[in-house]
Design a protein around this ligand. Structure first.
Ligand code: AMP
Ligand code: MG
Length: 401
């Protein structure tokens, strides 16, 4: 049997980073920069007013006091967005709004609160110092400066900055495009009445959500019955536009194992089927279909999602350059004893307390008990050689929160 670590390595090697692309800003959130970003202009772009008020020469207000205001004529009105270039003559003022360009010759802005708010003449009740309430060109960003670095994850604030710099695309590591195929002739889409022997198809909904949660894109979520021709048709239709194919089901030891049947059980068609020393999730497969990486997961829902967590999520995130490909690992105290099969690394669903001090195993270890996984917030990670874990032991926990 292959170890979990070895299978993690094989899957991680398979999933490769895509070449950088220019992404529209609307699509770039949470992606990782593939290049440094250099400012094409300065911020602020021009000297502008930090207040609603009056642009003046500071020295013209030198004598102003509340009791003896200075009176200046108001010769222009400058709302934000005025594009003509104005010149302030000595001994005059321009009414100006926040963000509007400071006219040449003005050295200070007097806030409207320090005036009578006049529109033809203004009474100024307070003297101003040169530079007061002016936001100077380039005081935030100088043109040519590196403002974001390669490898940085794009945040809302980073998007705000690049938009302010007038850029409409960003060089990013693109999302992996993942095709999620469910297999099984017993499967019916939710919303359709079940016939005897049928069950609702849940892996595609779950795995597609996990793919998106990992930061990747879902190409499609088709279901194929246990029929090689049907399964191959689905592959032919979507594989070309995918960077990774995930299948669930059809890889166990029984008959009608469509994924195994489609690729040949002996690995000669590019997909290798292996047993991994873990519970749940022992039957796994990995390889390439017409060049596209494929990871075949077991069909039991808990096995499928735990396998995704252990093998695919970290590999996908690493291939997108994301800074934290792995779930945070914690050490916590186990509240109740559990057992684990000898020779297998067991991943049990668990609940971690808010401080991540204590952890409680949640539900049975069996791979079809989806309900427990749905309300768990952690995975207990019990090493291969451990069989009994007494209450009070320190255990390794994957924090899924
Ligand atoms: P398999 O690996 O195909 O033998 O499937 C193992 C178990 O998981 C069977 O009970 C299947 O019915 C169930 N199963 C497989 N695929 C899905 C799916 N997409 N949604 C829900 N249950 C599934
Ligand atoms: Mg099946």
């Amino acid at each position: 049997m292959r170890s979990v670590t070895e299978h993690q390595r094989v899957v991680a090697e398979l999933i490769q980073r895509r070449p950088a692309v220019s992404a529209d800003l609307a699509d770039a959130l949470a992606l990782v920069l593939a290049e440094d970003v250099t400012a094409p202009l300065s911020l602020p772009v021009f000297d502008n007013s930090a207040m609603d008020g009056y642009a003046v020469r500071a020295e013209d207000t030198a004598a102003a006091t509340p009791d003896n205001p200075v009176v200046l004529p108001v010769t222009e009105d400058i709302p934000a967005g005025r594009t003509d270039q104005l010149q302030l003559r000595p001994g005059t003022s321009h009414r100006i709004m926040t963000g509007a360009p400071v006219p040449a010759g003005a050295t200070a802005i007097v806030p409207v609160e320090a005036t009578d708010g006049g529109v033809t003449t203004v009474q100024i009740r307070q003297h101003s110092e040169a530079g007061k309430h002016i936001r100077h060109a380039g005081e935030d960003v100088t043109s040519g400066a590196t403002v974001l670095r390669t490898g940085q994850q794009v945040t809302p604030a980073a998007l705000g900055l690049v938009a302010a710099l007038g850029l409409d695309v960003l060089p990013v590591v693109p999302r992996q495009r993942v095709l999620v195929i469910s297999t099984g002739s017993e499967l019916v889409s939710p919303g359709i009445p079940l016939q005897p022997g049928q069950i609702y198809e849940s892996n595609s909904t779950m795995l597609a959500a996990a793919v998106r949660d990992a930061g990747a894109d879902v190409v499609a979520t088709p279901t194929a019955g246990d029929d090689v021709a049907q399964f191959s048709a689905v592959l032919d239709r979507y594989a070309g536009e995918s960077d990774l194919i995930i299948t669930s089901g059809g890889v166990s030891a029984g008959a009608y194992e469509v994924v195994k049947d489609a690729f040949g059980r002996d690995g000669d068609q590019g997909v290798q089927f292996v047993k991994v020393a873990m519970q749940p999730g022992m039957p796994q497969g990995v390889g390439r279909v017409a060049g596209t990486p494929i990871v075949t997961l077991p069909g039991n829902p808990v096995s499928a999602l735990v396998s995704f967590e252990v093998f695919i999520r970290p590999a996908l995130r690493a291939a997108m350059g994301l800074p934290d490909p792995h779930r945070p690992l914690r050490t916590a105290v186990l509240t109740e004893a559990v057992t684990s099969p000898r020779g297998k690394r067991q991943f049990r669903r668990a609940v971690l307390d808010a401080e991540a001090n204590q952890v409680t195993s949640y539900g049975p270890p069996a791979s079809h008990h989806l309900r427990w996984l749905a309300s768990a917030n952690a995975l207990l990670d019990i090493p291969e050689d451990v069989v009994d874990v007494p209450a009070g032991s320190e255990v390794r926990v994957w924090d899924l929160r």
